[in-house]
Design a protein. Structure first.
Lengths: 519, 236
C-alpha cells in the first residue's frame, strides 16, 4: 500500500511541469554559476552575512535594538534554514530514483523494494549533509537557538558561508586543495616535531622552579609558538637542556615555514594558466557581440586586427597551444579550444544566436574548415559562416557544410591581375578604398525611416556637394543597385546607400540625415 | 590595352588562376616554370610553357617577346624566389612592368625594393575582402560587379587628351553626375605626381593634358564622356 503511494507520488512529481520548473529554478539559483540571476541571490546572502556578523561584533560592547536582534536571530536564520532545505532538495532527484527502481523491479518481475530505494535516497542525501559546506551551512543556522549563548559564536560560521557565494574564494580553496598530499605531509612533520619537542621540554622544564613551563599544555603552546617562528617570549626555557631543544625546534620551524610557503606558491603557479583561462572564458561569456575566428595563422591576425580597428570584438579559437600564445602576444583574445569540438562551445558558454556576429573559418585546411563548419551548424542553424577555400575542387563541399560565404583568394588574385594589367590606376583606386589606409573610405549606410526621408535633401547640402560621392543606392525591394541616383528615385527604409568620402564627412552625413527637421 | 604579351612565372594555384584570367587578353601568352612536373601540368592545361631557372640571363624572353610591350607576373611558390626573380628581371629590363605576389607585408616591401611595379600581398588582400564581406556586404557586391562581372556599370581610367575641352578647367567646375551621369573617384595629376588623389579629399585640381580620370558609370555614359573629351578608346 505504502509503496503504491510512494510510486504514485513519484510518477506525479516526475510528470509535473510545475514541480520540475520550480526545482530547476531552485537548482539554477543555488548551484548554476552560469545562471544570470544567481549573482543577485549570492549578493543578497552576502549582505545578510555581513549584517549578521556586524550585529555580533557590535553586541559585544553595545546594546543592539531588539528588532535587529530579532532580525538576526530569527529572520536571517530562517532564510538560511530555507536555503539549507532547498539545497538538500535539489541535491538529488528522489522521484527519478524511485521510478528507476520501480521500473527495474517491474522488468525483472519482482516486487518493488521500497525500503531499499528509500535507504539509497537517504544515503545520497547524507552525502550532502556531511559535505563540509553543508556542515558550515548547518552551523550557521545554529544562532537561531539564541538562548544557548555559547551557540551565538556559531554566527562566525556565517562568514565561512561566504565561500559559497564568492567565486574567488572558492578558487583559492580549490587551489590549496590541489596540494592536499603536500599539506598532509607537512602537517605530519610539524605534528611529530611538536609532539616530541613538547614532551622533551616538559620533561626538562616542568620540575625546574625557575621555568615558567609547568604543564604539558604550556609545553605544547611553547612548541607551537616556536615552531611557527612567532616566539612571543611569554614562556622561555630556563635549563640548558631545554634551550638545546629550543635550538632544534627553531631550525625545524624554518623548514616548516619554507615548506608551507613553497607549497602555496607552487600551487598558485601551477594553476595560474587555468585561472587566466577561466578569466578569459568569463570575459567571452560577457561579450555582447563578437566575431568568432576558428584557427590562428598570420591571416587570422590580419583579419582580427582589422575588425578590432573598426571597433569590433574578436575571439579566436585554436587547438594549438603555441599558436594561441603567439596570438595572445599579438594582443588578441585567443583561447586554447578545439574549434571543431562541440565540447569547446559548451565550455565557453557561447550563445551563437545573440553573441556571435559571424563565424570565420581560417584553418589551414579545407578538411578542418568543413569539419568545424558542421560542428557549428549543429550549434546554430542560422549563424552566418565565412570560410577561406584552399583548393577550388572543395568549393561544393564547403557549401554543403553550410558555409554561407566562401573566399577563394587564388581566384580573387586572378581577377585582380586582369584588372591591374588593364586598368592599373583604377585598380589602385579601388584597392586603396578597400584597404582603408588612404583617408578616403567606401561605406554603406543602411537607411532608417528618418534617414530615407532626408537622404536627397542632405546630399544637396553644400558641405557634401562634390565632396561626398554618392555612388548609388541598393534597393532592398527590387534587389537592384541604382547608380548615381536622381531625386526621382523613391528611397525606403532598409535601402543601402554607398558613399565615398573622408571618415569625418561620412559621419557628418549620417548624423545630418538622422537629425529631425525643425518645423 | 598597351601590352601585347604576358608571361606568368610559376604554376601553382595562384599562377593558374592568373593565367586563366589574363591569357585571353594578350596576343601572346606563356607560362615559365622551373620544374618538369609544372611544365607538364601547364601544358596539360593548354598553355604555352617554357622552362627557366633563377640564374637565367633572360635571352629566352628577348628571343620570344618584345620587352617593350610585355608584362610579367611573378607567382612562384616562395616569396624569396619571387624577390630573386624580380631583381633578376629588373637587372636586365629596366622598363618591364613586373607584378609580383607576396605572402605578407614584409615580403611585399622586399619585392618593391627589388623593383616590382606592383605587389599584391595575398594575406592583406584576403583579410581586406573577408572583413569587407562581413561588414560591408553591399559594397563588396557592387564593387565585385563593377570590377569583375559583365555588368553595365564600369570603372574606367581615361587619359585627358591635349585638345580636350576639360584642359584648363577645375575638377569641381563640372557636375559630372548631372552632365555625364558618371562619378569621378580619383585623378592622377600628371604634373604633380604619378600617384592618384581622391576627388573626395576636396582638393582643387586643375585638369591638364595627360591627367588620368578614374570614373565610374554606365558603359554608354563613359563612352559619351570619352567621346566628348576626344578620347577614341577607353579601357573597359
Amino acid at each position: 500500500m505504502i509503496s503504491r503511494w510512494i510510486v504514485g507520488i513519484a510518477f506525479f512529481l516526475h510528470a509535473s511541469p510545475n514541480y520540475r520548473y520550480i526545482k530547476k529554478f531552485a537548482h539554477n539559483l543555488l548551484e548554476n554559476t552560469n545562471y544570470p540571476y544567481k549573482k543577485f541571490f549570492d549578493y543578497t546572502m552576502m549582505v545578510l552575512i555581513v549584517i549578521s556578523v556586524y550585529i555580533l561584533v557590535h553586541h559585544v560592547k553595545y546594546e543592539v535594538k531588539p528588532d535587529w536582534l530579532f532580525f538576526n536571530n530569527y529572520v536571517i536564520s530562517v532564510i538560511f534554514l530555507i536555503e539549507y532545505m532547498l539545497r538538500l532538495w535539489v541535491y538529488s532527484d528522489n522521484s527519478k530514483a524511485i521510478i528507476e527502481q520501480y521500473e527495474h523491479d517491474l522488468f525483472l518481475q519482482r516486487p518493488f523494494r521500497v525500503w531499499g530505494v528509500l535507504h539509497r535516497i537517504m544515503m545520497t542525501k547524507m552525502g550532502f549533509v556531511f559535505s563540509p559546506s553543508a556542515i558550515i551551512d548547518l552551523l550557521a543556522i545554529m544562532p537561531f537557538f539564541h538562548e544557548m549563548r555559547l551557540l551565538r559564536v556559531f554566527i562566525l560560521f556565517r562568514v565561512f558561508k561566504l565561500f559559497r557565494y564568492a567565486k574567488s574564494l572558492q578558487q583559492f580553496v580549490s587551489i590549496l586543495a590541489s596540494k592536499k598530499f603536500e599539506f598532509l605531509t607537512l602537517g605530519v612533520f610539524a605534528g611529530v616535531i611538536i609532539t616530541v619537542s613538547s614532551v622533551l621540554i616538559y620533561v626538562m622544564e616542568a620540575n625546574n622552579p625557575d621555568s615558567k613551563i609547568n604543564t604539558l599544555f604550556e609545553a605544547v603552546y611553547w612548541s607551537v609558538v616556536t615552531i611557527f617562528t612567532v616566539g612571543y617570549g611569554d614562556f622561555v626555557p630556563a635549563t640548558s637542556e631545554g634551550r638545546m631543544v629550543a635550538m632544534v625546534i627553531i631550525v625545524a620551524g624554518i623548514a616548516v615555514i619554507s615548506f608551507a610557503t613553497s607549497i602555496v606558491v607552487s600551487a598558485f603557479t601551477e594553476k595560474l594558466d587555468e585561472i587566466k583561462e577561466d578569466k578569459l572564458i568569463d570575459d567571452v561569456s560577457k561579450f555582447d557581440q563578437f566575431y568568432l575566428i576558428c584557427g590562428y595563422s598570420p591571416l587570422t591576425a590580419q583579419v582580427a586586427h582589422r575588425f578590432i580597428k573598426n571597433g569590433n570584438q574578436v575571439v579566436i579559437l585554436e587547438s594549438n597551444h603555441k599558436k594561441v600564445a603567439e596570438a595572445q602576444k599579438d594582443g588578441l583574445l585567443a583561447l586554447t579550444f578545439d574549434p571543431a569540438s562541440l565540447h569547446s562551445y559548451h565550455a565557453l558558454r557561447i550563445d551563437f544566436e545573440t553573441q556571435v556576429i559571424s563565424v570565420i573559418l581560417l584553418e589551414e585546411s579545407d578538411v578542418l574548415n568543413v569539419y568545424t563548419a558542421l560542428t557549428i551548424r549543429e550549434m546554430s542553424k542560422s549563424i552566418k559562416m565565412l570560410s577561406i577555400l584552399l583548393h577550388h575542387e572543395n568549393r561544393r563541399k564547403l557549401s554543403l557544410a553550410g558555409i554561407n560565404e566562401i573566399v577563394y583568394t587564388q581566384e580573387l588574385i586572378g581577377l585582380m591581375s586582369k584588372e591591374v594589367s588593364g586598368r592599373p590606376v583604377a585598380f589602385e583606386v579601388i584597392h586603396a578604398l578597400r584597404s582603408e589606409n588612404s583617408g578616403v573610405f567606401i561605406e554603406e549606410i543602411v537607411l532608417d525611416d528618418l534617414m530615407a526621408g532626408q537622404f536627397f535633401d542632405t546630399t544637396k547640402l553644400s558641405m557634401f556637394h562634390k565632396r561626398l560621392i554618392v555612388l548609388g543606392v541598393y534597393k532592398q525591394s527590387s534587389q537592384s543597385f541604382f547608380f548615381n541616383p536622381s531625386n526621382t528615385l523613391i528611397i525606403d527604409a532598409g535601402d543601402v546607400v554607398i558613399v565615398v568620402g573622408t571618415r569625418s564627412l561620412i559621419d557628418e552625413f549620417k548624423a545630418l540625415m538622422r537629425r529631425k527637421k525643425r518645423v | 590595352m598597351s601590352y601585347q604579351s604576358a608571361i606568368v612565372f610559376g604554376f601553382n594555384e595562384y599562377a593558374k588562376q592568373i593565367a586563366m584570367q589574363i591569357a585571353p587578353e594578350y596576343l601572346s601568352f606563356a607560362i615559365f616554370v622551373m620544374t618538369e612536373a609544372e611544365r607538364s601540368a601547364a601544358k596539360a592545361a593548354g598553355f604555352e610553357v617554357a622552362l627557366f631557372d633563377l640564374g637565367e640571363d633572360w635571352k629566352l624572353i628577348e628571343e620570344r617577346f618584345d620587352p617593350e610591350s610585355l608584362i610579367v607576373f611573378c607567382a612562384l611558390d616562395k616569396d624569396a624566389e619571387n624577390v630573386f626573380l624580380t631583381i633578376s628581371l629588373r637587372s636586365i629590363f629596366e622598363e618591364l612592368p613586373i607584378i609580383a605576389l607576396a605572402g605578407d607585408h614584409e615580403s611585399a616591401a622586399k619585392m618593391k625594393s627589388a623593383g616590382a611595379n606592383k605587389v599584391m600581398a595575398t594575406q592583406q588582400i584576403t583579410a581586406n575582402i573577408i572583413t569587407e564581406m562581413l561588414e560591408k556586404p553591399t559594397v563588396t557586391e557592387v564593387l565585385h560587379d563593377i570590377l569583375y562581372e559583365q555588368s553595365f556599370l564600369k570603372i574606367a581610367q581615361i587619359s585627358v587628351p591635349e585638345n580636350s575641352f576639360l584642359v584648363g578647367k577645375h575638377l569641381h567646375d563640372i557636375d559630372w553626375g548631372e552632365e555625364f551621369d558618371v562619378l569621378v573617384l580619383a585623378i592622377v595629376d600628371h604634373q604633380l605626381s604619378a600617384t592618384f588623389s581622391f576627388t573626395s579629399k576636396g582638393h582643387h585640381h586643375h585638369i591638364d593634358p595627360e591627367d588620368i580620370l578614374v570614373v565610374v558609370g554606365y558603359e554608354d555614359s563613359i563612352s559619351a564622356l570619352s567621346e566628348a573629351m576626344g578620347v577614341e578608346k577607353w579601357a573597359k
